[in-house]
Design a protein around this ligand. Structure first.
Ligand code: PGA
Length: 280
């Protein structure tokens, strides 16, 4: 497994404990802020390295409450530490379908408010699945989204959250390991979890466009964040369970550079191995 050297994270407090289980590097941080700073610092380091080489940096981004602190830290680095995102290209994981981009729950709106409006990214470099394409053209649209990622050299770092179903993106239980960007049906648990945002479950869309599991697995690095006790059971199944379509996050076991960044409550059901400790 290739792991970032310690130096690149030197201005960030390291994880409290770390080990590898089922191919996943698990880092437990003292809190969500520390974990998020670590992820943001790794992203910022790569953006700067690529800029120094005159190259683009391709980021796969996630929505939901989990990555908000990472975006906050990237904004701070932009404002206070001269981080430019001019060489950054982004692809978001998913979007509800159908949805208008200006709807309160749209991921276009979320990304603008949480990150893009506050940094110097070029708008033409931002890609978020379009929740307004017609049902007839959605399959071709998804194919093009997939092609665009490849044309731009593939994703360097993919940020992920994890849903209570074990979904990554909106790849719900039953998703195949080789799946690509496509229209999917949301699980009832996911719709219940989104009900507050939509003012009741009846208003939650039944479908979404999501990058596939295969799309995610082609990213060069994957960083999954999970915070809070309510994530502990699914983190346990994702890290310690066998690879299975019933928990799509278990497909990450097969990736060569995947790290879970957790706070203590999210890690509380994991058993710390006695022998598998990892030195960075
Ligand atoms: P959350 O969602 O960050 O709002 O917990 C995570 C997910 O469903 O992937």
């Amino acid at each position: 497994m290739s792991i970032q050297p310690t130096e690149v994270r030197s201005n960030v407090r390291p994880s409290v404990r770390q080990w590898i289980r089922n191919g996943i590097e698990v880092g437990v941080f003292s809190d969500a802020d520390d974990a998020s700073r670590s992820a943001a610092n790794e992203i910022a380091t790569l953006i700067r390295q690529r800029a120094a080489e005159g190259q683009r940096c391709v980021l796969g981004l996630a929505t939901g409450s989990t990555p908000v602190r990472v975006y906050r830290e990237l904004i701070r680095l932009h404002r206070e530490e001269d981080l430019s995102m001019q060489n950054v290209v982004t692809f978001n994981l998913d979007e509800y379908f159908p949805i208008q981009p200006n709807a309160a729950q749209s991921y276009v709106r979320f990304m603008n408010e949480q990150l893009f409006d506050h940094v110097d990214i070029r708008r033409e470099n931002v890609h978020i699945p379009d929740g307004t394409v017609s049902i007839e053209s959605v399959s071709e649209y998804c194919h093009q989204y997939e092609s665009r990622i490849e044309q731009l050299g593939g994703i360097d770092i993919q940020l992920l959250g994890i849903g209570r179903t074990g979904h990554i993106g909106f790849n719900e239980p039953g998703s195949e390991q080789s799946s690509t960007t496509r229209l999917v049906r949301l699980s009832e648990i996911t719709r219940v979890d989104a009900a507050n945002d939509f003012g009741g479950i009846d208003n939650v869309p039944r479908m979404a466009i999501t990058m596939g599991v295969g799309t995610i697995l082609r990213s060069r690095r994957i960083r999954l964040l999970a915070f809070g006790e309510h994530k502990s059971a699914i983190v346990d199944r994702a890290v310690q369970g066998a690879i299975s379509h019933t928990v799509p996050a278990t497909y990450l076991h097969d990736h060569r550079n995947v790290e879970f960044l957790l706070d203590e409550p999210a890690a509380s059901m994991l058993t710390l191995p006695e022998t598998e400790t990892l030195a960075r």
